[in-house]
Each structure stands twice: as structure tokens, then as C-alpha cells.
Design a protein around this ligand. Structure first.
Ligand code: B12
Ligand code: SF4
Length: 504
């Protein structure tokens, strides 16, 4: 049944009855609690589901419902329901799945949480999917159309992003999102941090792979407007791929945000190339300022790296930093909160994402915590990095929670935002930092208003303006510094005075 189209994925055979398919991203639990911040969940459209929808035939009838931005009704009658399950929407996902199964729909569950705990999810599904869906979902569709769907589809060998069909962005309601142009051009990550979802999710096959550069560039060209947000775990993870991508993007007039590790920012001149292609802000996993914590969590790529040099290099390029920090690792004591927040402010980190360490099922951290008898709950609703779900080593659970809450408040005080912006050399950059940081945490009322008016896309040009271009000169200066470093300077510490002068 089915034949292969020119893309290489399964196509519906002529004459086969079209399918009615509903893709659902259930709301995370916090949608109903005081932490709910509509803007946070109106950032990105459900890219994973739009990726899967691309494997349907043109005749099939598909809808994507993202419960964070619209109401989900359950009284319709799709034949096939496809639900993406994260740990913190798992219970809600299961309730929706049960409801649709009672109504006679065939329900597929997949995503990170299903991959971590397949037995738990299987009770609520007709078919479950482990790992990325690019190979398993088209196989399932073929089986389903043939009337022989399997129970468990596991992504193993043959994982690739080559010849994948274009994402069904037509099913996404762009105006409901601040960042409709989210994109992923790689999957996974070359690193192996103990607390990360990555190794469990990609078990049994490749853990890091990229699109073909020309496919990625074509996908970028299809996106309207200027702003892009790369959701890749590590955009600089494959040097050759990233070099070619940035070369291809040069001159496209894009501004973009992405994520990378500290070592990749310090190494070579990839970050200058990224800046030249339009990178204006980057998510960096600093995680902890304590070496022992890095070692224990196998975050080797951060060991011995000069975090200060990372911040200075990025600022030198006019790239704003979203720093990620984890509290509650085994060497963290009461002083960790103040130390971390002070460091982030002193280094001019624009936005900080703080997390309480969370042992996600499937990770090596989870196994260790179980082994040491330190897990205290299996209520997945609490696994949102805001609650303490294990016994910390050198802190009480209360102190960890209080310190985490304090860190957020302290970092986003008006005074702190102003203090951090003073780290920037020019008034333009100080203003950029100020508006970006303040806009993220201080204008909640305004965001809510725009979201209610369903016109979030009006704000995208504002975001583009805040992320506007740094001068070519800054990038050229930084490239020169990299060349100088290669020619002589031994350590990044030696470069700091040079960077300091440049910024002053
Ligand atoms: C975008 C994003 C968000 C967005 C989600 C918006 C959205 N509309 O999806 C927002 C900002 C809301 C968010 C929030 C959080 N996130 Co988040 N987020 C991501 C990010 C960066 C990208 C997700 C993405 O779009 N990937 C690209 C698409 C193509 O892949 P995908 O969604 O995984 O879908 C594929 C497969 O999973 C599979 N699949 C998925 N569903 C299904 C269903 C079926 C039936 C099938 C066949 C296949 C299938 O097929 C798809 C194609 O391969 C990931 C990192 C990552 N690389 O995945 C983290 C990530 C998912 N987030 C993570 C975390 C920890 C959080 C937070 C808890 C953090 C925090 N404190 O802020 C919060 C959640 C808060 C809460 N209350 O629960 C962790 C999850 C860890 C875990 N084990 O669950 C990740 C993995 C980051 C990381 N490296 O740790 N996040
Ligand atoms: S570098 Fe980031 S994405 Fe990669 S394994 Fe570590 S935590 Fe996960």
C-alpha cells in the first residue's frame, strides 16, 4: 500500500480514502496556576506537530490545535488524533487521549515524555512513538492506511533529516505567536550532559544530525519577515554545517536567535560568522559557576572555560545573552543564588533563565537520584524546573525554592536591569539590553492585551527593531581579535583587557 513520492516518504495511493487528522499540543499544567505567563507560551508554534503533518497526503484533512493559544474542543470526530506529550503536559495529554479513544478515534502519543516512559503512555494510546518522528510517523501512516497499525514505533537506524518534506506551516496560525518563524535545522546535540533529555530521546540511533545546508537555506527563504529563532539545541554543534549555513545566510538580511555551548563560542571564528549572518541573541547553557558541579553532571564542554570571556566575546559582537543557570546541584550551598545573580549582572547577561535542577525520567541524573534514594515525587506536573522534586545535597528543599524565587526577582528588578545594561559600551547597546530584558519580564499587561486581541504578530517588527543590526565594524574587529589570539595569546584571560578596551 502506498508508494514513494519524489521526496522519498510514503504517499497515499490514488483512490485511497483521505484521512481526517487532528494534531494536538495540550496545555502545560501551569496554564492554570499563578505562574502562567501567556507571553511565554505564545512564543513558538508547535513545530514538531507541523513537521509530522507534512507526511500526510494533500487530500487529507489536517488541523493543529495548540492549547496554549486557543481553546480545544473535544466533541469532533477525527479518525486520527496525534498528541505531543511533554512531561508537564502529560496528565492533560492522557485525559485528552482517553476522551478521544472513547469516541472511537485512533490515538497516537509521542514526544519526549512518551520516549522516557513508554509503559505509562501506552495505557492511553493506540500507538506510541519513541524518539524523533521523521521516520516512524510516515511508516505508521502507511500501516494505518493499510489497516495494520502497530502498537509501538521506535526510531532507530536510518535517522536523517535529508529529503524530509517541507514543514506544514500553513497549518500554523502565525498571528497568534510572537515568533512564528521558529525553525530547527539540526536534531539533538553532540554533548552528553547527565541532566539532559537528549541521550534518552535519541537512544538507539544517531544523537546529532543536521539538515542538508541547501534544504535549511530553502526553509529559511520560505519564511516571511526578517526574524528567525533557531530552536536547535546547539546551532554551532557541527562546525562545517554551521559555517556553510552562515555563509548562505549572509546577505539575506535576517536577524536571528539561537543556542550554543560555551566552548563552541570560544572556539575558532564560528560565532563571528554567526554574527555576520545576523545572530543577535544567543541562549548559553552556563548552568553553574562551580567546577565540581560541572564534573558531576558530565558537562565537560564547560569545564575550565572562561565564562567571562564568553560574555565579553558575545558582547563585542553585539550579541545579547540569554544565560541558563541551574540551582541545586550537589555542590550548591546557600550562597549559590547571590553568587550566580551577581555574576550574571556583572557580566551584562540580558535575560537569565534559572532552573531548579530537575531529574527528568530517562536521564542519567534521574537514575542516580533513584539509586541514591533522593527522588521525592513522581507527580510530573511538578517537573517544570520550578519545584524541588528531589532531595538536594547541601540545601534544604525550602531554601532551594526560596533562593530560586529570589534569584528571578532580584535579576529582573528595574535596578538590576539598569545595572546590567551599563556593561555595554554604547548607549545604543545599553538601550537594546534594557528594552529586551524589561520587555520580557516587565510588560506582562501589555503582552496580555495584545494576545487577547489575537494580534501578537504586530509585535514581531518591534522585536526585530530591538534585535537590529550591529555594525559590520564590530564583527570585523572581533574576527581580527580571533586571528590575533591564534597568532599568540595563550589563554582567553589574556584577551580580556583587549576586549575590555574595545567595549569601553
Ligand atoms: C520550543 C521549546 C519550548 C517552548 C514550547 C513551545 C511549543 N509550542 O512547542 C516553551 C518556551 C513553551 C518551552 C517551555 C519549557 N521547556 Co522547552 N523546549 C523547547 C525546545 C527548545 C524546542 C522544541 C521543538 O520545537 N523542537 C523541534 C521539534 C521539531 O521537535 P519536537 O517538538 O521534539 O518534535 C519531534 C519529536 O519529539 C516527535 N514527536 C513529538 N510529538 C510526537 C507525537 C507523535 C505521535 C509522533 C509520531 C512524534 C512526535 O516528532 C517530532 C519531529 O521529530 C526544546 C529543545 C528541543 N531541542 O527539543 C525544549 C525542551 C523540550 N524544553 C524543556 C524544558 C525543561 C522546558 C521547561 C520545563 C523549562 C522552563 N522551566 O522554562 C518549560 C516548560 C514549562 C512547563 N510548565 O512545563 C526540555 C524538556 C526536558 C524534558 N525531559 O522534558 C527541552 C528538551 C530542553 C532541554 N534541552 O532540556 N519549551
Ligand atoms: S549541551 Fe545542552 S542540549 Fe547538549 S547535552 Fe548538554 S544540556 Fe543537552
Amino acid at each position: 500500500m502506498g508508494h514513494r513520492g519524489h521526496w522519498g516518504w510514503a504517499m497515499i495511493a490514488p483512490g485511497t480514502k483521505p484521512l481526517k487528522v487532528k494534531f494536538i499540543l495540550p496545555a502545560l499544567t501551569e496554564a492554570t496556576d499563578p505562574y502562567w505567563r501567556p507571553i511565554k507560551y505564545s512564543l513558538f508554534p508547535p513545530l514538531g506537530l507541523a513537521t509530522l503533518a507534512a507526511y500526510l497526503s494533500a487530500d487529507d484533512e489536517a488541523t493543529i490545535v495548540d492549547e496554549h493559544v486557543e481553546r480545544l474542543t473535544l466533541d469532533d470526530a477525527p479518525e486520527l488524533v496525534v498528541i505531543q506529550v511533554y512531561i508537564t503536559n502529560a496528565y492533560r495529554a492522557y485525559r485528552i487521549a482517553d476522551r478521544y479513544r472513547k469516541r472511537g478515534a485512533f490515538v497516537c502519543l509521542g514526544g519526549l515524555h512518551v520516549t522516557s516512559l513508554p509503559e505509562e503512555a501506552a495505557v492511553h494510546a493506540d500507538a506510541i512513538f519513541l524518539g524523533p518522528g521523521e521516520q516512524t510517523f510516515p511508516q505508521f501512516l502507511e500501516d494505518f492506511r493499510a489497516g495494520q497499525p502497530g502498537r509501538v514505533y521506535t526510531s532507530l537506524l536510518g535517522r536523517t533529516l535529508e529529503r524530509v518534506p517541507p514543514i506544514r506551516r500553513d497549518l500554523i496560525q502565525r498571528r497568534r505567536y510572537l515568533v512564528p518563524n521558529s525553525i530547527v535545522v539540526t536534531r539533538g546535540c553532540p554533548q552528553h550532559c547527565d541532566f539532559c533529555y537528549k541521550d534518552a530521546f535519541f537512544e538507539g540511533g544517531r544523537g546529532f544530525y543536521t539538515q542538508r545546508v541547501d534544504d535549511a537555506l530553502k526553509e529559511i527563504e520560505r519564511l516571511p519577515g526578517r526574524h528567525l529563532y533557531f530552536l536547535d539545541d546547539h546551532l554551532l554543534g557541527d562546525r562545517r554545517f554551521a559555517e556553510a549555513l552562515f555563509a548562505g545566510m549572509k546577505g539575506m538580511g535576517r536577524v536571528f536567535q539561537g543556542a550554543a555551548t560555551v566552548d563552541s563560542i570560544l572556539r575558532g571564528d564560528l560565532i563571528e560568522r554567526a554574527a555576520g549572518a545576523g545572530m543577535r541573541s544567543i541562549f548559553v547553557g552556563f548552568e553553574t559557576l562551580t567546577e565540581g558541579n560541572l564534573r558531576q553532571s558530565n558537562k565537560r564542554q564547560n569545564l575550565g572555560r572562561d565564562y567571562r570571556a564568553v560574555a565579553d566575546r558575545l558582547h563585542g559582537l553585539g550579541i545579547m545573552i540569554n544565560g541558563s543557570f541551574v540551582f541545586g546541584m550537589d555542590e550548591d550551598g546557600e550562597d549559590v543564588f547571590r553568587r550566580t545573580v551577581d555574576w550574571a549582572m556583572e557580566r551584562g547577561i540580558t535575560t537569565a533563565t534559572f532552573h531548579i535542577q530537575t531529574p527528568y525520567p530517562g536521564t542519567r541524573l534521574y537514575v542516580r537520584m533513584m539509586h541514591e534514594g533522593r527522588t521525592v515525587t513522581r507527580n510530573w506536573d511538578l517537573f517544570d524546573t520550578r519545584h524541588v522534586v528531589y532531595e538536594p545535597a547541601r540545601l534544604t528543599a525550602e531554601a532551594l525554592k526560596t533562593g530560586y524565587d529570589w534569584a528571578y526577582k532580584e535579576f529582573y528588578r528595574w535596578g538590576s536591569i539598569a545595572r546590567a545594561s551599563l556593561n555595554y559600551g554604547t548607549v545604543k547597546h545599553q538601550a537594546k539590553h534594557f528594552f529586551y530584558a524589561a520587555g520580557w519580564k516587565k510588560f506582562e499587561g501589555l503582552w496580555d492585551l495584545v494576545i487577547r486581541a489575537r494580534q501578537l504578530n504586530w509585535m514581531t517588527p518591534v522585536l526585530e527593531a530591538v534585535l537590529a543590526r550591529v555594525t559590520e565594524q564590530r564583527i570585523a574587529d572581533s574576527v581580527q581579535r580571533t586571528a590575533d589570539r591564534k597568532a599568540g595569546a595563550e589563554t582567553s584571560a589574556e584577551l580580556l583587557p583587549v576586549l575590555g578596551q574595545e567595549r569601553g
